[in-house]
Design a protein around this ligand. Structure first.
Ligand code: NDP
Length: 295
């Protein structure tokens, strides 16, 4: 069998971002510039890189971006006040609080303070509930990026057996809901799952969202499977490595995402798409006129 083909998240994200920029141009022609606010607390170096990348991508798409950088010692009350101020600002259509927050802060309370219609990370209880109920809402960016990547490669989801390793609120659980909504058969695995390899061997599509470098081995895969590697881990040599052992997995898979250059860029692209969606809805512009699908 020839080695698996690469699902190029970087190139696909670029295509999504081009579409979003075109949608933003059309929305602006009707008087609304999409606005994204990013809130960053403290000095975590990885968070600073993520925020810079999001700021740049949103600016490139023609959005108005404001990044609020707050000191690590910011109090819960002060942070909540910033989030509420952004919530009341009509020029801001999307609010993103970069996680993790410093330990003394209650991240859940901060996230829940974001108005649901500006919750472009899809993490408020309102959006979690809307997704579970199969109703329109803002979807978490990483799972939405997984689905978008498969769609852009025209790889089928309906009827496929999707095995998701990881059950976080950020990735695993919402992805399971999105896949169910697309008529996949879904298995969710986690740290207490027995015989993870056996579950993976039954999958048409394996999604790894764990945070353990190279956990998923090539011989756990059915020949011809599709592999999405969400994991971002720092290897001993300082390089980024996924949750899948890429070299052995590629020998078995039909399609596989690399790390970096797979799901990571798709996540940022979906953040932009969510912000455009939110800006369109707040100004009453039909989504399809901006190239956005109704959900
Ligand atoms: P969490 O730590 O919140 O969740 C990890 C999940 O993996 C948990 O459900 C946990 O199970 C499960 N798990 C842990 N160990 C095992 C094991 N040995 N076997 C099977 N399952 C296991 O992580 P996130 O979901 O936030 O992130 C997962 C990975 O994805 C990380 O590497 C993160 O950096 C990356 N990530 C990448 C993004 C991107 O843009 N590409 C965005 C978000 C995350 P249990 O519930 O039982 O504890």
């Amino acid at each position: 069998m020839p080695p698996g083909q690469i699902l190029d998240g970087k190139a696909t994200a670029k295509a999504v971002r081009t579409d979003v920029a075109e949608g933003a141009r059309r929305l602006q022609a009707q008087g609304t510039q999409p606005g994204l606010a990013v809130v960053l607390v403290g000095d975590d170096p990885a968070s600073h890189v993520y925020v810079r990348n999001k700021d740049r991508a949103a600016t490139d798409a023609g959005f108005a971006v404001q990044t609020r950088r707050l000191p690590a010692e910011t109090s819960q009350a002060d942070l909540l006040a910033v989030v509420r101020e952004l919530g009341d600002d009509d020029a801001v259509h999307g609010i993103l609080v970069q996680l993790p927050l410093p330990k003394h802060l209650d991240a859940d309370e901060v996230v829940q303070a974001i108005p649901a219609h500006k919750d472009v990370d899809g993490l408020t209880l309102a959006n979690v509930g809307l997704l579970a109920a199969g109703r329109p809402g803002l979807r978490p960016c990483t799972p939405a990026g997984c689905v978008e990547l498969l769609d852009r490669y025209q790889l089928p989801i309906e009827g496929q057996h999707v095995v998701i390793v990881g059950r976080s609120m950020l990735v695993g659980k919402p992805l399971a809901q999105l896949m169910l909504a697309r008529n996949a058969t879904v298995t969710i695995c986690h740290s207490r799952t027995q015989d993870l390899a056996a579950h993976c061997q039954r999958a048409d599509i394996v999604v790894a969202a764990v945070g353990i470098p190279k956990l998923i081995q090539g011989d756990w895969l059915r020949p011809g499977a599709i592999v999405l590697d969400v994991g971002i881990n720092r290897g001993e040599d300082g390089k980024l490595v996924g949750d899948v052992d890429f070299d052995s997995a590629r020998e078995r898979a039909a399609w596989i995402t690399p790390v970096p250059g797979g799901i990571g860029p798709m996540t940022i692209a979906m953040l932009l798409a969510n912000t455009l969606r939110s800006a369109a809805e707040s100004s009453g512009v039909p989504l399809d006129s901006l190239g956005l699908a109704a959900r």
